[in-house]
Design a protein around this ligand. Structure first.
Ligand code: HEM
Length: 391
């Protein structure tokens, strides 16, 4: 018998929303036999779990198919107090002054990409626009040398992908993550020998309780900025573009009044955030909706489902850029709330503002495009768009 929510299926990669509705209505605390974990899908349950880090621990990692060697070494794989200290150090990257320096590069990267695209009839939003802007800005934020954005995004995508046959990782996926980590490890070594005025140097020299971060911690944290940043942000911009391609009225409103873009970003984060689901591991038994989850069990917090919970949002299945989706979980909540949220909002706003100014009318060129095979993320491999000629 098929399960109501087949985590390792192409169907869930492309469109998890009907499955979420079934879970929320009938199986709010659901044991997935095939994936060997629990899934929480209602808004209140997801928020309770995300804020109770003592019970729902991140120590074994927040990725459902965890990357080997990451546990206990970085933000998504530590609990307080270690997590709090690591986070305070990493937070410096996102203080307003440092973010403001990145606004101009984001404009320039978006404009350079649009210059190449604007006279085409069709283009791939992922490789020709969103990857280019996100890899460029995140590399500048970290102080990294230029690197090919398509190659970098490909490595990032493999790093967070899942092998459906194995219901987990495979050596090819691990090798991609290692290549990325090696590149960043070399950069950390360079900074250890000759410090620069950049985020990697800051992390390499930072101290927690008098101890410097280990090379492993610096490399993992930097690598996670690249992986979490590039994957979540370029995929988010892609699903946002998809929402606007499919909703001409919403798109036209934004073309007319770009001040509404930040609110539309919030609605896309609610409606279909790229970061759909994250994992926790129970430190004690918990009984919920008549089911007992055991200490040591893995539990998925389905943020993407909570964002469509009719108990929290009115008409959640409707994409409405005029709504104020306060309390959405597109960036999670609690101790692990996305550290890159302000940066992501800023870059998405700048990039989409430029895009809509240059290409106000576009539609999806081929509706059945491929989605990345991932147990955590919802991310188009390519998003082919047709540029509609106005006038
Ligand atoms: C729109 C784009 C983005 C979305 C939708 C997103 C979403 C999320 C979510 C839902 C979490 C919580 C994970 C959990 O509960 O375990 C998270 C955490 C995180 N995000 Fe983002 N993110 C985005 C952009 C970024 C960017 C640009 C960066 C870095 C440059 C970043 C870095 C991180 C890191 C390091 C964490 C772990 C934080 C912690 O555990 O304390 N994210 N993100």
């Amino acid at each position: 018998m098929s399960e109501p929510f087949e985590l390792y299926s192409r169907q869930i990669d492309a469109d998890p929303f009907p499955g979420y509705t079934l879970l929320r209505d009938k199986y709010p605390c659901y044991w997935s036999e095939s994936a060997n974990l629990w899934i929480l899908s209602r808004y209140d349950d997801v928020v309770d779990a995300a804020t109770d880090w003592q019970t729902y621990s991140s120590l074994k990692g927040n990725l459902i198919d965890e990357i080997p060697g990451r546990s206990g070494g970085t933000l998504g794989t530590t609990d307080p107090p270690r997590h709090d200290r690591l986070r305070a150090l990493a937070q410096v990257a996102f203080v307003r002054r440092n973010l403001e320096h990145l606004a101009l590069p984001a404009v320039e990267l978006a404009d350079a990409a649009l210059h190449e695209i604007k006279d085409k009839r069709q283009f791939d939003f992922v490789s020709e626009f969103s990857s280019h802007v996100t890899v460029g800005t995140i590399f500048q934020m970290l102080g990294l040398p230029e690197r090919d954005s398509t190659e970098t995004r490909n490595e990032v995508v493999l790093s967070i992908s899942t092998d459906k046959e194995k219901r987990g990782r495979n050596p090819e996926l691990d090798a991609a993550f290692k290549r990325l980590a090696q590149f960043l490890s070399d950069e950390v070594s360079i900074r250890r020998n000759s410090p620069a005025d950049d985020l990697i140097t800051h992390l390499a020299e930072a101290k927690i309780d008098g101890d410097r971060l280990s090379d492993r911690e610096v490399v993992l944290t930097t690598t996670m900025f690249v992986v979490a940043g590039v994957e979540s942000l370029s995929s988010f911009m892609s699903v946002f573009a998809l929402n606007l391609a499919e909703n001409a009225a919403a798109r036209r409103k934004l073309v007319k009044n770009s001040k509404k873009i930040p609110q539309a970003i919030e609605e896309s984060l609610r409606y279909n955030t790229s970061a759909q689901r994250f994992k926790r591991t129970l430190t004690r038994d918990v009984t919920l909706h008549g089911k007992t989850m055991k200490s040591g069990d893995a539990v998925i917090l389905a943020y993407g489902s909570a964002n469509r919970d009719e108990r929290k949002f009115n008409n959640p299945e409707i994409y409405d850029i005029d709504r104020n989706p306060k309390g959405h979980l597109g960036f999670g909540t609690g101790k692990h709330f996305c550290i890159g949220n302000t940066f992501a909002r800023m870059v998405a706003d700048i990039a989409m503002r430029r895009l809509l100014a240059v290409i106000p009318d576009f539609s999806v060129a081929a509706p059945n495009f491929e989605w990345v095979s991932s147990s955590n993320f919802r991310s188009p491999v390519k998003l082919p768009l047709t540029i509609e000629m106005t006038n």
